[in-house]
Design a protein around this ligand. Structure first.
Ligand code: SAH
Length: 358
């Protein structure tokens, strides 16, 4: 299966869309927004470009892409006022896979322009373009960018690792959909190797596109424990596996179908991220942090809806589910998450990586 064709967040603005269910991701970006502002200000102050090129990689189709642009433009405007410099013109490239619903972003642009005008007296020219394609490869011309931003996207691998399949094509991870306590060591190794391959290709591609001194801020799900099975982000996959197993028990799906489902996701540790940056060699690490977050007010059904908007395309592709089964699956999933939240204090781990192009 070509993941780059099949995978997309649920488009539009309906109840189950990413647009309506991405507030958890927004909270992450909001909490780290002082770092985003600081990073872009530093680039502006050191390079003083007349035309500032920036890209949001994996922007998806919700309102988050526009709030990221707003944050960046406002931070640069503030810095330019402080330095008594004219603000630059902005070239903003929104990237996601080809099947992404870019139209929902475009429809929000008039409001963004209006908000920016209202906030500043000196609204700089802002040229926004969509740039579809995979970020595991080249997207932009040589040295055309000053700032690369990516939030909640780089934990998606380019593919389910080929190393988890036996010669006959059967998954060796039959009793889970991600790395769990039941996964054989070869599965962990295959996921790590896929992450290393993908992330180094990502770094290499961006190193050609950024100017020297350009910065890149990457925010993605990560893990603090060396063991995947016990890290907070894995429990969501474990509970999704249990919810799918519940459908098997009810005769809604065949066991074999579930055994062959695996996700193209990886939550790296701090050391795994640092190792790839060092090996690739084009970037200096300015900051690397693993931030633990827990929102007490988030319900199981809110998390279930967020995961549904993210996973629906892949589940539909593999299992051929229609709306009623999705409703059933995610209703059960929400119950399991609520039960887990009631029993223990689950925190999710976000990795933050700030790099400068050497
Ligand atoms: N940045 C947004 C959206 C995150 S959702 C936010 O913080 O809310 C993750 C997005 O990454 C999805 O839209 C998905 O399509 C995109 N994505 C995943 N793999 C990608 C790849 N290889 N190239 C480009 N985009 C990718």
């Amino acid at each position: 299966m070509d993941i780059h064709k099949a995978f997309h967040m649920k488009g539009g603005v309906g109840d189950n869309s990413y647009s309506k269910n991405s507030s958890l991701q927004k909270r992450v970006a909001e909490r780290l927004k002082h770092i985003t502002a600081w990073a872009i200000e530093e680039v502006f102050m050191s390079e003083k470009p007349k035309s500032l090129g920036m890209a949001d990689l994996g922007c998806s189709s919700g309102p988050n892409a526009l709030s990221n642009i707003k944050q960046v433009v406002e931070a640069v405007e503030k810095a330019s006022r402080r330095m008594r410099e004219a603000p630059p013109e902005f070239r903003v490239y929104l990237n996601d896979l080809h099947s992404n619903d870019f139209n929902t972003i475009f429809q929000g642009l008039p409001d963004l322009y209006r908000d920016l005008k209202r906030g500043g007296t000196n609204q700089p020219p802002l040229y926004i373009a969509a740039c579809p394609g995979t970020f595991y490869g080249r997207l932009f011309p040589d040295h055309s960018l000053h700032f690369v931003y990516s939030s909640n996207s780089l934990h998606w691998l380019s593919t389910v690792p080929a190393g988890i399949y036996e010669k006959e094509g059967r998954s060796m991870n039959r009793k889970s959909i991600y790395i769990s306590e039941r996964s054989p060591p070869v599965v962990r190794k295959a996921y790590l190797e896929q992450f290393q391959h993908d992330f180094s290709l990502f770094l290499k591609s961006r190193s050609q596109e950024l100017i020297r001194g350009g910065r890149m801020l990457l925010i993605l799900l990560g893990r603090t424990l060396s063991d995947h099975a016990h890290c907070a982000n894995s429990f969501l996959w474990e509970l999704l596996y249990q919810s799918l197993a519940h459908l098997v028990a009810q005769g809604e799906i065949e066991e074999e179908k579930l055994e062959s489902y695996d996700v193209h996701f990886y939550a790296p540790s701090k050391a795994e991220l640092e190792d790839e940056v060092r090996k690739e060699g084009s970037f200096k690490t300015e900051m690397v942090e693993m931030v633990e977050m827990r929102d007490e007010d988030v319900s199981g059904s809110a998390v279930a809806k967020a995961v549904r908007s993210i996973q629906e395309s892949m589940l539909a592709h593999h299992f051929g589910f229609g709306e009623p089964i999705f409703d059933k699956l995610f209703h059960h999933y929400a119950l399991l998450i609520d039960r887990e939240f009631a029993q223990r204090h689950v925190k999710s781990t976000t990795a933050l990586l700030l790099l400068t192009k050497l």
